[in-house]
Design a protein around this ligand. Structure first.
Ligand code: RB5
Length: 147
């Protein structure tokens, strides 16, 4: 499992904790930055991880900003991305089961490392159910094609 990860300046410390955690679980982590606390712009980081996932460079993505919102909105502009913002693990689990989410996002100003780990475990340990959900995923693809 290759995981693309990125963050803005609000989340650098949590990103490194998360990176180490994912590596301890055996995942290969591709870090797209930022690696400092210097002010930067979350859209570029959301786009980078979105493109890495859609291109197949990575299997899944993790995005962290202050709230998880801005960086996930940016990632969701990349065709084929289904990024979900979570502040608890149930949403992460259900978004994999029903929405086939391919990027999980959360906020460093919203969740601590323990909750982040629970969200990551739910996201990575859950499979997409397919079946009746695929028709709705296909409808999302159709929206993208109409843009
Ligand atoms: C940066 O201050 C903050 O706006 C950003 O991290 C994020 O929360 C945006 O959604």
């Amino acid at each position: 499992m290759r995981v693309a990860i990125a963050n803005d300046h609000a989340a650098t410390e949590l990103k490194f904790q998360v990176k180490e955690y994912l590596e301890s679980k055996g995942y290969e982590v591709i870090n797209f930055g930022t690696d400092t606390g210097d002010s930067c712009n979350y859209p570029e980081f959301g786009e980078a991880v979105g493109k890495a996932v859609v291109s197949g460079e990575a299997d899944k993505g993790v995005l962290i900003c202050g709230t998880g919102v801005g960086i996930s909105i940016a990632a969701n502009k990349v065709k084929g991305v289904r990024a979900v913002v979570c502040s608890e693990p149930v949403t992460a689990r259900l978004s994999k089961m029903h929405n086939d989410s391919n990027i999980v996002a959360f906020g460093a100003r919203i969740v601590g490392f323990e909750t982040a780990k629970a969200i990551l475990d739910a996201f990575f340990d859950t499979e997409y159910e397919g079946g009746r959900h695929q028709r709705r995923i296909d409808m999302i693809y159709e929206i993208e094609e109409r843009q």
